[in-house]
Design a protein around this ligand. Structure first.
Ligand code: IFM
Length: 425
């Protein structure tokens, strides 16, 4: 059985985001959930006809309560317990986000108690030898900025810079790795192209405005962090899709290069050298054959996404021209049974290892997510966690896949029964 060895210093970790785990939020999403929970519950059956696992989730997914983030995983209060779990799993890095609406609930007024809580979290991670990767914005907005347009507001970049400055001045001493924005393209397209997420304003013009507002916000935040801490490592968490052609026809080539440029490269190109590393969030490939999404879908996750762990190899290799260190800041699957996940993590890690053998400078891997959590407009019925969370008691239970991942993290080795290697098409 082949044994793969990961280098010393390679970080094995897990990721979360404030709105999805903390509980008790007051931001644009928590307001939107209250207004939309009934509709989301009523529409759920019609929205998931493609989901082979629908029957398993029907009861939860048709209940409006599922769509209210509410107390989430109560991690605002239970973070020590979460960090103990990271320790038990031998994970040496944790990516989490700071909730802007807690820090600056009113414009220009900062909540020092909330900042102190995040300081405690960071110190508590450090005390366990766990490297914090701090995300400054994982989609949710304070109400005051949301009410005047959110990411498309004229002064969004400047307000984001001021928030960043405050956080960096307060917490910067203890943080090396900063992720300014999470998946700017995913949130902008869901909000302004699909019109499905807050503020549900469908307009191509606003979509472009959102993307450019976020590019400017990142650039200003990058400069603010580096000014105070030149050695800090700053990047974004970028959602990348592995576009593949079923057949290399001229038309398929054209579709692939347009999609690859627009989705995978545009944002990264625009922020240029204002990034010290690239955070890769990867979940899907997209097979092109005279159109998009012609994936064979032989197996699917609970989300209905194609099960194909090896696509991460292509997503990594396509980042190598940027010549920056790569951290996989998110990768995971929704799988309540945990059966697929036990196969998924080692196969993914084997593909990551393969990319490293081919020259990619990958320095770490964060499984999404540490906990079962609030999956945005899908609510709670999707289980991405290494750890399951009881919805009533918030009790945590470590899943078998997490134990195996923890062993890999401890030993830095991976035994692969069936090694599937893939080369770039
Ligand atoms: O839960 C999300 C996360 O917030 C952003 N990246 C994708 C995950 C799974 O959909």
């Amino acid at each position: 059985m082949p044994v793969l060895k990961f280098p010393d210093g390679f970080l094995f970790g897990a990721a979360t985001a404030s709105h999805q785990i903390e509980g008790g939020q007051c931001n644009d999403w928590s307001e939107w959930e209250k207004k939309n929970a009934d509709r989301l519950a009523a529409e759920s059956e019609a929205s998931f006809p493609w989901n082979p696992n629908w029957k398993k989730f029907e009861e939860e997914a048709t209940d409006p309560k599922n769509y209210i983030s509410g107390s989430a995983c109560d991690s605002w209060n239970r973070y020590e317990e979460d960090f103990d779990i990271l320790g038990e799993l031998h994970l040496k890095a944790y990516r989490f986000s700071i909730e802007w609406s807690r820090i600056e609930p009113q414009e220009g007024i900062f909540d020092e108690e909330a900042i102190d809580r995040y300081r405690l979290m960071i110190r508590s991670l450090r005390a366990r030898g766990i490297e914090p990767f701090v995300t400054l914005w994982h989609w949710t907005l304070p109400l005051w900025i949301a009410h005047r347009g959110g990411v498309v507001a004229q002064d969004f970049p400047e307000r984001f810079r001021l928030y960043t400055e405050k956080i960096v001045a307060s917490l910067g001493e203890d943080v090396t790795f900063w992720i300014t924005l999470n998946e700017p393209d995913v949130v902008s397209s869901h909000a302004y192209l699909k019109g499905a997420w807050p503020p549900q304003r469908k307009s191509y013009f606003l979509f472009l405005k959102a993307i450019h507002g976020l590019i400017d916000a990142h650039t200003l935040a990058y400069q603010a962090i580096k000014e105070k801490y030149p050695a800090a490592q700053v990047g974004i968490a970028k959602h990348q899709v592995a576009f593949e052609m079923k057949r290399p026809t001229l038309f398929n080539r054209l579709l692939k290069s347009i999609a690859h440029y627009c989705w995978n490269r545009y944002f990264l190109n625009r922020i240029g050298n204002h990034q010290d590393f690239i955070g890769l969030n990867h979940y899907n490939r997209n097979v092109i054959d005279n159109g998009f999404n012609k994936n064979p879908n032989e197996r699917q996750t609970d989300f209905g996404w194609e099960y194909y762990p090896e696509s991460i190899f292509q997503a990594i290799m396509e980042l190598t021209p940027y010549d920056k260190p790569i951290y996989i800041t998110e990768n995971g699957i929704a799988d309540a049974s945990d059966m697929l996940r036990q196969d998924f993590i080692p196969r993914t890690l084997a593909a990551v290892h393969h990319a490293m053998e081919e020259g990619a400078d990958v320095r770490g891997f964060f499984y999404w997510s540490l906990l079962d959590n609030f999956e945005w407009d899908k609510g709670y019925w999707l289980r991405f966690g290494l750890v399951s969370v009881d919805r009533k008691t918030h009790d945590r239970t470590i899943r078998p896949s997490a134990r195996s991942y923890g062993e890999t993290a401890r030993t830095r080795t991976l035994e692969i029964p069936l090694l599937k290697k893939k080369t770039l098409a």
